[in-house]
Design a protein around this ligand. Structure first.
Ligand code: ATP
Ligand code: MG
Length: 742
């Protein structure tokens, strides 16, 4: 079972995993812990994350971003319609009425549902987690903004399913942050004591979320939340973009909004400028070369001017803060700390306003970017039976009041009941009693439309089936029967559609994989061409004759041209064959080079071994008592073998010295190593035979211990020098004493 948390951000995502050592935020294939929430569609594949973001200018109309806010929304939703005019990619209405994204994929126009697009992003995050954990990832916890309604949440759940994930729970961004904060705190008040109240502010790209949390040892309870989905980094970017559109309109007579590519570039530069302005209050430049119609544009801005432009937005910072204080009836002095997270919380004007509201320094205990993902991974660990985590109870709140309505014969018409008021604890089960003789329908909805960030207040219909009249005297006996309930939840994908999406996602993953392999095969050809072209006039030059070199050079050049023309877009096998073809010419040259490089070492090895054995044989002949236990016949045989080897080596060396380097070598390294091995097998058993131990005569024994038989003096000891290179016998299992030669 995997323990993974995904922060599914509007602009960027983070992945945290639980390992034996604790919670860890993991990096993607670019060694970056941040994965941009981008999906790009191409003629042959999709790119997701950083690879997609890099195509945002070159393939702007098919590179989608900022799609998180379309979850659970009708195409006709005013938010969607308003956002549409600022997007460089197209939206379309799906048959269900929900929002789809229209792109060119595999050279066809396709409309993907928002669940599919987020599913694709989750596929990437899942892969990141899998490569970090080196095992399949299925179970996870995913974050959503605390202001998401039920249809928005269900839509994210569907996306998770499309990506093959089993989302154990969706977690509110700010609740994930509170958990990441609280679970490690050792000094929280005891359960019966007054809780520690901490306020959390998350300023992301798409919105502003505030929550107040009460902590006691082993538990946290969210008391209230408030939000402004129109107060995030993107809203500041919009102001900057509009400002420069206007300025460039006047200064250069450019209508930026008519050119998607220019608009995307302006968004990128404005976001950079915004970040720079957080760190610097002086005038900062904004320059874009060849912006539109070959015109270079430039502008400048400073933090003061920027804050003036954003005065309206900044004035909204206080609203949610005031709201949570009113909801909880807390006083400012009740707040122990104000913790800020989220990328846009780095804006000085935002920090200043929050700090001023509470009249205190803000805390930045948590990692502003990774806290949400870490909280989700912690929640997943708590839910996972496979992981042992400190007991910690989490009580969240219902963000909007929820009612049920139903047809009631008794009341002749619709009955209605608020089941969960705003800020009611969640998750929570309530028992409701209905007296019915036949199937009936309940309808769930948010009863306070004004609070909702979207116009749709419906949650879903629940048809309670199989209800039949019961026996007359119900008081005598109560029977409990499970009744099937058919849910018709707003915007939730029907099962058959969902299954089809799962299947299609699998096909697209496969297509991406094949395309990657095809691209890799092409890259190998390209790399080989460049490498060989360099080397043919460098280290390999001596090892190929002029005619072959010219032919090979020409072939490499032709291949390079081919790669940019006919070979630009070929099947994987074509590249494999092309590389094979080139290698047929290149490989023998490379081998000659490699042989020439390695040969001296191999000969040296053999020479050293011959020397070793020759010395022993000489010592034996000179009646050295170290070797007087060796067998004469055997030594003679070995002597001959050593001499033969020497003759073999000198003759091969001579022949090789006279051999042209452009021709195949007279002897290759494999043969030399075989010779070393052969010599070792023949000589070692004979020459390293251990000298039998001589029992010292008892009377000669001195107080200092035995005179003879001391290890390392009488007995020959191991010598690396006598071992053949690259052979297993080089490290004989049974450590028999060998000769100490030198
Ligand atoms: P959301 O939480 O809304 O789904 P997200 O999690 O993707 O979005 P974050 O990564 O928390 O958002 O924040 C991204 C925003 O923070 C962007 O608007 C980015 O420009 C902004 N940002 C990041 N660093 C800075 C900075 N130093 N100064 C100003 N803004 C910054
Ligand atoms: Mg976020």
């Amino acid at each position: 079972m995997s323990v993974v948390g995904f922060d599914l951000g509007f602009q960027s995502c983070y992945v945290a995993v639980a390992r034996a050592g604790g919670i860890e935020t993991v990096a993607n294939e670019y060694s970056d812990r941040c994965t941009p929430s981008f999906v790009s569609y191409g003629p042959r594949n999709r790119s997701i994350g950083a690879a997609a973001k890099s195509q945002v200018v070159s393939n702007c109309q098919n590179t989608v971003q900022g799609f998180k806010q379309f979850h659970g929304r009708a195409f006709s939703d005013p938010y969607v319609q308003a956002a549409k005019s600022n997007l460089v990619y197209d939206l379309a209405q799906l048959p269900s009425g929900s929002t789809g994204i229209k792109v060119m994929y595999m050279e066809e126009e396709r409309v993907f549902s928002i669940e599919q697009v987020t599913g694709m992003l989750l596929t990437k995050l899942k892969e990141t987690a899998e490569s970090a954990m080196k095992k399949p990832v299925v179970d996870c916890v995913i974050s959503v903004p605390s202001y998401f309604t039920d249809p928005e949440r269900r839509s994210v759940m569907d996306a998770a399913q499309i990506a093959g994930l089993n989302c154990l729970r969706l977690m509110n961004d700010s609740t994930a942050v509170t958990l990441a904060y609280g679970i490690y705190k050792q000094d929280l008040p005891a359960p019966e004591e007054k809780p520690r109240i901490v306020l959390f502010v998350d300023v992301g790209h798409s919105g502003y979320q505030v929550s107040v949390c009460a902590f006691n040892k082993g538990k946290l309870k969210i008391l209230a939340t408030a939000f402004d989905p129109e107060l995030g980094g993107k809203n500041f970017d919009n102001i900057l973009v509009n400002h420069f559109c206007e300025e460039f309109g006047k200064k250069y007579k450019l209508d930026v909004k008519t050119k998607p590519r220019a608009l995307v570039r302006l968004y990128q530069e404005c976001e950079k400028l915004k970040r720079l302005m957080s760190a610097n209050s002086s005038d900062l430049p904004l320059n874009i070369e060849c912006f539109m119609n070959d015109i270079d544009v430039s502008g400048k801005l400073n933090r003061g001017q920027f804050e003036e432009m954003c005065a309206g937005l900044l004035a909204k910072v206080e609203g949610p803060l005031r709201s949570v204080m009113e909801q909880t009836k807390l006083k400012k002095e009740d707040i122990y700390a104000v913790e800020i997270v989220g990328g846009a919380s780095r804006m000085p004007a935002i920090k200043e306003r929050i700090g001023k509201f509470f009249g205190k320094e803000l805390s930045t205990t948590l990692n502003a970017d990774e806290a949400v993902a870490r909280g989700c991974a912690l929640q997943c660990a708590i839910l996972s039976p496979a992981f042992k985590v400190r007991e910690f109870s989490i009580t969240d709140v219902v963000p909007y009041s929820i009612s049920l309505k139903w047809n009631s014969a008794a009341e002749e018409g619709l009955s209605d009941c608020e089941v969960f008021p705003k800020n009611h604890a969640a998750p929570f089960s309530k028992v409701l009693t209905f007296f019915r003789k036949e199937p009936f329908t309940l309808e769930g909805y948010y009863n306070n439309k004004k609070e909702l960030p979207c116009p749709n207040s419906a949650i879903g219909q629940f048809l309670v089936k199989n209800v039949v009249p019961q026996a007359k005297k119900p008081k005598v006996k109560t029977k409990t029967v499970e009744l099937p309930i058919e849910n018709k939840l707003h915007w939730q994908l029907p099962n058959d559609v969902l299954n089809l999406c799962v299947e299609n996602e699998g096909k697209m993953i496969m297509q991406d994989k094949l395309e990657k392999e095809r691209n890799d095969a092409k890259n190998y050809v390209e790399e080989y061409v460049y490498e060989m072209r360099d080397k043919l006039h460098g280290i390999l030059e001596k090892f190929v004759n002029e005619a072959d070199r010219d032919t090979f050079s020409l072939k490499l050049e032709d291949t390079e041209t081919w790669l940019y023309e006919d070979g630009e877009d070929q099947q994987k096998q074509v590249y494999i064959d092309k590389l094979g073809d080139l290698k047929q010419m290149g490989q023998p040259i490379c081998e000659r080079y490699m042989e020439a490089n390695e040969r001296p070492k191999a000969f040296e090895e053999l020479g050293r071994q011959i020397q070793v054995y020759m010395k022993i044989v000489e010592a034996y002949k000179a009646k050295d008592e170290l070797y007087d236990h060796l067998d004469e016949l055997e030594v003679t045989r070995v002597d001959k073998q050593v001499k033969d080897a020497m003759v073999w080596m000198s003759s091969k060396m001579n022949q090789q010295n006279n051999q042209d380097l452009t021709l195949d070598p007279v002897v290759n390294i494999g043969e030399i190593h075989a010779k070393i091995k052969e010599l070792y097998s023949a000589c070692n058993p004979v020459l390293s035979k251990p000298k039998p131990k001589v029992e010292p005569p008892k009377e000669e024994k001195t107080e200092n211990g035995p005179v003879n038989g001391q290890e390392g003096t009488e007995e020959p000891c191991n010598s690396d020098k006598a071992k053949p290179a690259g052979t297993e016998e080089g490290t004989p299992e049974k450590k028999q004493p060998e000769m100490d030669i030198e």
